[in-house]
Ligand binder design. Structure first.
Ligand SMILES: Nc1ncnc2c1ncn2[C@@H]1O[C@H](COP(=O)(O)OP(=O)(O)OP(=O)(O)O)[C@@H](O)[C@H]1O
Ligand SMILES: [Mg+2]
Length: 105
C-alpha cells in the first residue's frame, strides 16, 4: 500500500505522515517514509532527532547539486540514504529516482 500525504502549507501534512507511519509500524506493517517536501522535517516528527534529520537533508542537497549519484532503485535509496526511525519506520529524504522501474514509487 502506498499513501501520499499532500495539502496546503501548514495543514498538518508532516504531523499526519509521522503519526500514520508510526501507527502502521506499531501494528506490524513494514513502513518506509519518504520525505519529498521542499522543507523536509519529517525526521523531526518521526523522532530521529535534529542532527539525523539534518544529515538526511544534506544528502538530498548533495544529490540536487550533482555531488552525489542518484540511487537506481528504491532498495538502494534506503541503503544509501535511509535512516532507522522509532517503531521500525525507515525514513529517507528523497529527490527523484532516475529511470524508475514500472510501479516504482
Ligand atoms: N490534527 C492537528 N490538530 C492540531 N494541530 C495540529 C494537527 N496536525 C498538525 N498540527 C499542528 O499544525 C502545525 C502544522 O503542522 P505540520 O507541520 O504537520 O503541517 P505541514 O502541512 O507539514 O506544514 P508545512 O506546509 O509547513 O510543511 C504544527 O504546529 C502542528 O503541531
Ligand atoms: Mg511539513
Amino acid at each position: 500500500m502506498k499513501i501520499a500525504v499532500v495539502g496546503k502549507g501548514g495543514s498538518g501534512k508532516t504531523t499526519t505522515s509521522a503519526v500514520l507511519a508510526r501507527t502502521l509500524a506499531r501494528q506490524g506493517h513494514s513502513v518506509v517514509a519518504l520525505d519529498c517536501d521542499s522543507n523536509p522535517n519529517l525526521g523531526i516528527s518521526l523522532g530521529v532527532g535534529d542532527d539525523e534529520t539534518e544529515r538526511l537533508v544534506s544528502m538530498r542537497q548533495s544529490l540536487d547539486e550533482g555531488d552525489e549519484a542518484h540511487a537506481p532503485g528504491w532498495d538502494e535509496v534506503l541503503d544509501r540514504f535511509g535512516s532507522e526511525a522509532p517503531d521500525g519506520v525507515r525514513l529517507a529524504v528523497v529527490s527523484r529516482i532516475d529511470n524508475p522501474e514500472p510501479g516504482c514509487l
